[in-house]
Write a protein that binds this ligand. Structure first.
Ligand SMILES: O=C(O)CCC(=O)C(=O)O
Length: 252
């Protein structure tokens, strides 16, 4: 049953998370809050695009490009909690603290926030020279990125603001890959990607979930997403939580 308020805690299958590297928590966040979060995500994007059109400078928080069709495509805004009050409250609240602390095994610290959009936009942008890329988010892990920032263990939580279906570019994961050393190949435009032989397409699991659900994964898990063919945004609020060092760790 869909909740009317955000619960303070949810049961977690830690054995499955340890084995597979991910969990899907269906319909945890009530529709009224999802409506507010969608409005915040849209306002953040519209405000940023308006300012950019006026100043003719791309905001470094925005990742966008042109599709081969010539249309402008927005992947994400990172960081977002100063732009989205409801998201900030949820990110710092008891539910996310319980989920991430239980899965990390030590007190969790919020280190990352972004809105993923996977949507086209129609704004004047002749002032900027954008690369032309496809919609796909290539196979990757985020562990190397977080390790470089000093975080060895990170759990990512993605709250679905829209239904994640096969045609909206649902997240795909490769179960168990967080246990392996995964080869990453540098690319010019899309960061380091995981080659197909390390994560074959036939091993992928699509995380299909209605709006209000949470997808939780170990940042070392290989993941990706395909094109959003729905003609509508496929918005996620994505939050990264790192394990805090055990008391006394790192002391001289
Ligand atoms: O939003 C997506 O489809 C991909 C998200 C992702 O790869 C990430 O947050 O690392």
């Amino acid at each position: 049953m869909t909740p009317s308020t955000v619960p303070n805690s949810v049961p977690l299958n830690r054995t499955q998370f340890t084995k597979d590297g991910y969990l899907v928590l269906p319909e945890i966040v009530p529709p009224a809050m999802i409506t507010r979060l969608r409005a915040e995500a849209d306002a953040a994007l519209t405000g940023m695009l308006d300012t950019m059109a006026h100043e003719r400078v791309t905001d470094p928080r925005l990742t966008w490009w042109r599709l081969p069709s010539g249309r402008l495509y927005v992947l994400k805004i990172k960081s977002v909690l100063d732009l989205a009050a409801t998201a900030a409250v949820l990110a710092a609240g008891p539910l996310l603290h319980q989920v991430t602390t239980d899965l990390l095994g030590s007190a969790a610290q919020l280190i990352d926030s972004k809105f993923m959009y996977k949507q086209t936009v129609d704004v004047p942008a002749a002032w900027t020279d954008l690369p032309v890329l496809g919609e796909e988010v290539c196979k990757h892990t985020d562990a190397v990125y977080y390790r470089a920032k000093g975080h060895d263990q990170v759990v990512t939580v993605a709250l679905c603001l829209d239904d994640c279906t096969p045609t909206t570019g649902a997240l795909k994961v490769w179960p168990g890959t967080h246990h392996r050393d995964i080869e990453m190949i540098a690319t010019q435009r899309q960061g380091p990607v995981v080659p197909d032989n390390a994560a074959p397409d036939s091993h992928a699991v699509a995380l299909l979930a209605p709006a209000g659900s949470m997808l939780v994964w170990d940042s070392a898990l290989v993941h990706a997403s395909g094109p959003n063919e729905s003609g509508r945004p496929r918005r996620l609020l994505v939050l990264g939580y790192a394990a805090t060092a055990a008391a006394g760790a790192g002391a001289p």
